[in-house]
Design a protein around this ligand. Structure first.
Ligand code: GLV
Ligand code: GLV
Length: 337
């Protein structure tokens, strides 16, 4: 079969996943992830039919302008604030993400950060590796805060938030949550979660996990005012997006003991991390890896590939990508052809 469609892949994925594209389309895969300027992205998207991109690739009106061949953008990631969905829809370009496949793995990681920050795992390990465990440790050294039995707060109660909540039962934790819209009662019961307003959430939570999508209105949803309402014994976990937390205000609260600890997988302006956070022993920091288990990252890559093929008219879901974000783009396309 002659391959009439070309796809660009912005960073290396699993070779076995790329191999599933190869029978249908010509694949141009980058060999490493780099930060590209809008001009560079624009050029990469010229004369291709589809692309698999990641959270570091900002796909907006400027980078698609004049790229008339482009019909599909498959984002590897559930969050898609890197895509200007309106601009893509107007241009008739289908956009997809990778929901569901990462829910459980990402929920596990929220707990990893919560437990690590509460029990000072990273800090203690740094101390041990520095050769400072030489005997004479005091019985009251390395005291952390408990997790079990405490009230778990969750801001953002989508699929991942619910999966985090369900794990709370195993730690005997009452769960409270706030979300843009309240969940159906049956879902609340299944998660053992109680809906509260945001102020209640901040004040009552012994530990707080952030799992809300990034949007302009969620920018600095947790800033100095919100941090001031939290308990000084609380741990804050952010696995959502950089920019949801005011990182400078968080660093100040951690430094001044107004918060016990933080577990952070995402940062404002990542890959740079606020220097004040990097100085703090009570912050556990990781480089945006909440979905990074071998099985899940492979499943995300495969789902992105499946979405892209379907958007370009191949495979069992031809024309109907499983995780389509902008169904209106389909009408737009039909209208044109
Ligand atoms: C990761 O941050 C994702 O949105 O999948
Ligand atoms: C977001 O959509 C989630 O899966 O929590």
């Amino acid at each position: 079969m002659s391959k009439s469609h070309i796809v660009w892949v912005s960073r290396p994925l699993f070779p076995e996943v790329l191999a599933t594209l190869a029978p249908y389309v010509e694949v141009r895969a980058e060999t490493r992830e780099t930060k590209r300027t809008p001009e560079q992205l624009h050029d990469k998207l010229a004369n291709v039919d589809g692309a698999i991109v990641g959270l570091g690739d900002r796909i907006d009106a400027q980078v698609i302008a004049g790229n008339r061949r482009l019909r599909a953008i498959a984002n590897v990631g559930v969050g898609y604030n890197n895509l200007d969905l309106d601009a893509l829809t107007v241009a008739g370009i289908l956009a997809t993400n990778t929901p569901d496949v990462l829910t459980q793995t990402t929920a596990d990681y929220a707990w990893a950060l919560l437990l690590a920050a509460a029990r000072r795992v990273s800090s203690a390990e740094r101390w041990l590796r520095a050769g400072r465990w030489r005997g004479g440790m005091r019985f009251d050294d390395w005291l952390g805060v408990d997790v079990h039995g405490k009230t778990l707060g969750i801001l953002g109660m989508g699929r991942i938030g619910q999966a985090i909540a369900r794990r709370g039962s195993g730690f005997d934790m009452p769960v409270i949550y706030h979300n843009r819209s309240r969940l159906p009662e049956a879902t609340e019961r299944a998660c053992h979660a109680e809906y509260v307003d945001k102020a209640q959430l901040l004040q009552r939570a012994d530990h707080l996990v952030l799992v809300l999508p990034y949007s302009a209105e969620n920018h600095h949803a947790i800033g100095a005012d919100e941090l001031a309402q939290m308990k000084p014994t609380a741990v804050l976990v952010n696995i959502a997006r950089g920019g949801i937390v005011d990182d400078a205000a968080l660093a100040a609260a951690l430094r001044e003991g107004r918060l016990a600890g933080a577990g952070l997988d995402v940062f404002e302006g990542e890959p740079s991390v606020h220097p004040a956070l990097r100085e703090l022993e009570n912050a556990v920091l990781s480089p945006h890896i909440a979905s990074a288990s071998a099985d899940t990252r492979r499943a995300m890559a495969q789902l992105a590939a499946d979405n892209l093929l379907a958007a370009l008219g191949y495979g069992p879901n031809a024309g109907h990508p499983p995780s389509l974000l902008n169904p209106h783009a389909l009408n737009r396309r039909r209208g044109e052809t």
